[in-house]
Design a protein around this ligand. Structure first.
Ligand code: TYM
Length: 330
């Protein structure tokens, strides 16, 4: 099993990233060879202030380390430090079809009504994402549900390359999507994904929020007037309530049903403080470690430099084979 996944270094890590992806990245380290990267080449598909981008790469590296990514066991790097990613992405641009990319829902969401004004990079970014993973012959990609379509596209690109050039070069990876936390929703709107781009900070829990902020966000989270039911099925049609139960279950490593067994018949006046407690307890050690990593930017840079060196070495044979297969000379 070889695991590869990435995250954009934009702003803070939020609870959706943590429960949807990072928590499982940390667990996968015991089971597989892991490569994790900061997708800074993705971040620039929309304009980023250069100084802020550089700071965000360090900040996100610190956050991942604080969550438990261990640079001795995993390869952690910024993908801009491994030129094989954009090199393979170019070859893949010539394999992927415009029709495939036109179907990507994330591009539609991100470009909105201004499709003509979006960067070409934003449109083509799922192709770079395919290179990010296929370069390392990954078997599994742990992601939240919003990335499932991109992982399917990776498989299509890898399969078409293998077929066009009559090689068995690329491994076709499987998405690894958790059941409970596949899609954590906004605290203000149970039908919208928790996201860093939501203008309201009250919609998300950031991993850097202190206990007061966490309690306030949970207290103000949108809910309904009904008590909690006995079964998850009875939460259909109550997206906010369902989201809070799923968040609790993911944090306490329980089945959602077990959480309901404790709270069935009770209202949110009882449930919310319990949820805030689990959240604060989860975040406390992460925040403490984060402060330590932030205080040592030199160490962060050297961890990322070591990771990039390992990743470059890992990527090279597949990149060379892709050049050879296409008839390109170096
Ligand atoms: P990004 O930076 O938007 O998100 C990082 C990870 O967090 C997950 N996630 C969520 N999961 C559950 N609920 C949510 N509300 C939520 N919000 C975010 C995402 O699914 C993701 O796993 N394109 C990617 C980064 C990337 C990548 C890759 C991922 C670049 N190359 C190769 C996997 C493999 C992105 O923008 O993720």
């Amino acid at each position: 099993m070889r695991v590869v996944s990435g995250i954009q270094p934009t702003g803070n890590l939020h609870l959706g990233n943590y429960l949807g992806a990072i928590k499982r990245w940390v667990q996968m380290q015991d089971e597989a060879e892991c490569l994790f990267f900061l997708a800074d080449l993705h971040a620039i598909t929309v304009f980023n202030d250069p100084a802020e981008l550089a700071a965000n790469v360090r900040e996100m590296a610190a956050a991942l380390l604080a969550c438990g990514i261990d640079p001795e066991r995993s390869t952690l790097f910024a993908h801009s430090a491994v030129p094989a990613h954009p090199e393979l992405a170019w070859i893949f641009n010539c394999v992927a079809r415009i029709g495939w990319l036109n179907r990507m829902t994330q591009f539609k969401e991100k470009s909105g009504k201004n499709r003509e004004g979006a960067s070409v990079g934003l449109f083509a970014y799922p192709v770079l994402q395919a290179a990010d993973v296929l370069l390392y012959q990954a078997s599994h990609v742990p992601v939240g549900e919003d990335q499932k379509q991109h992982v399917e596209l990776m498989r299509d690109i890898g399969a078409k390359f293998n077929a066009d050039y009559q090689v068995e070069l690329f491994t076709l990876p499987e998405p690894l999507i958790g059941q409970t936390a596949a899609r954590i929703m906004s605290l203000r709107d149970g039908n919208a994904k928790m996201s860093k781009s939501d203008p309201s900070d009250m919609s998300r829990v950031n991993l850097t929020d202190d206990a007061d902020a966490v309690s306030q966000k949970v207290r103000k989270a949108k809910t309904d007037a009904e008590p909690l039911p006995e079964s998850m099925d009875a939460l259909e049609g109550r997206p906010e309530a369902k989201n809070l139960v799923l968040i609790h279950a993911a944090l306490s490593d329980e089945e959602p049903q077990q959480v309901l067994a404790r709270f069935a018949g009770q209202g949110f006046g009882a449930f919310k403080p319990a949820l805030a407690d689990v959240l604060v307890e989860t975040l406390r050690p992460i925040k403490a470690r984060l402060d330590g990593f932030r205080a040592d930017p030199g160490e962060l840079d050297s961890i990322l430099a070591r990771g990039a060196e390992k990743a470059r070495a890992r990527a090279q044979p597949t990149l060379d084979a892709a050049y050879r297969a296409t008839g390109l000379r170096r």
